[in-house]
Design a protein around this ligand. Sequence first.
Ligand SMILES: *[C@@H]1O[C@H](CO)[C@@H](O)[C@H](O)[C@H]1NC(C)=O
Ligand SMILES: *[C@@H]1O[C@H](CO)[C@@H](O)[C@H](O)[C@H]1NC(C)=O
Length: 360
Amino acid sequence: MYFSVMSKINRLRNKRLYLVLVFVIIMCYFMMDSCMDEIGMGWVTNLKVTKESEKIKCYDLKVENVIQNLESSEVAINRSIFFVETSCHNEEFSINPRQACAIESAAKMNPNFEVYLLIPSPVTSLEGMKAYFQKLASYPNFKIRYINMTTFFVKTPLEHWYQSGNLKYSYWPQSHASDILRYTLLWKFGGIYMDLDVVIMRSLEQVTNFAGAESLNDVAAGIMSFSHNHKISSLTMNDLVNNFRGYDWGWNGPGVITRSLRKYCGDCKVKHMIEKGCEDFIVFPPSAFYPISWEEWAKYFTSDEEVYNKVMDQIKDSYAIHVWNKHSVKTKVTIGSKQPYGVIAQKYCPMVYSSLKDFF
Ligand SMILES: *[C@@H]1O[C@H](CO)[C@@H](O)[C@H](O)[C@H]1NC(C)=O
Ligand SMILES: *[C@@H]1O[C@H](CO)[C@@H](O)[C@H](O)[C@H]1NC(C)=O
């Protein structure tokens, strides 16, 4: 009797220990799988339309749009480069010289790819842009198109998500519009997505399926290439549908590619992805697209000869530079000066650069 009670207690205790053990193992697995830094805040949801969402109201304007629609049938699969400009252009459409430079450099260095500037805001006049477009038009591979957000996501994994108005829950709706567009474009057509604050210095026509790390811990979303129907594309779309966070600026851009690559590679560490690669997917080290980190963005604008020489040496093998527009937008480059950004622009977007008088 005594023994049987004791052994029962023991068994119960063992059972409890066993349960605790199982729980710990599950937690460990979960934490490893999600790479630690993804835990937290997940329970915060924002299902309110933000006041910032006013900034994308223009997407739904019913106006006489003068820009040609992007037709799926015209897009060269795997051989297109996409730039996306998601701000509102209620009357006049305009881009600035630096954006035009990014486009020119991409068109110049990748003559066999189509280069698209895509805008979701309907536009009633292109007059203000005549000067640039005449220049960019000398690149036969350059095209500007309108993306109708109402129809663009139909028959994509984001169809229901977009129709449900999820983008309006964002605090940075234009930036998040750019995020969802880049991943959806690559899912639909394959090809290369590029931010508008880059200068492309080498051809990317011969490289497919890549992204670039911006540090040893983060993969960035500023330049990415997926071939059509690549598994990474469906991983990124799933991530957006399931995990979109309107209250987190970087979650839906760099976060999406970083998490998707962790799944695809079966490895948490970006450092490992850079060193060993991931099957057929290349994660380039920061030197490829982000040779100067965002903390050091001012180096692209330096007038100090020593810093200039260092920068030029640091970028000499890079595919592109990324000038961190968010930080650098107000810093000027004087035409004819020896500031790194200006010297690079003069070489890789000569038409745009030479059309400017005072500042770039
Ligand atoms: C976008 O598509 C919707 C649905 O077809 C249409 O009603 C709307 O007029 C289009 N917008 C523009 C600016 O063409
Ligand atoms: C796009 O690239 C993928 C992967 O290389 C290939 O399987 C597919 O056939 C390509 N599509 C076209 C239309 O070239």
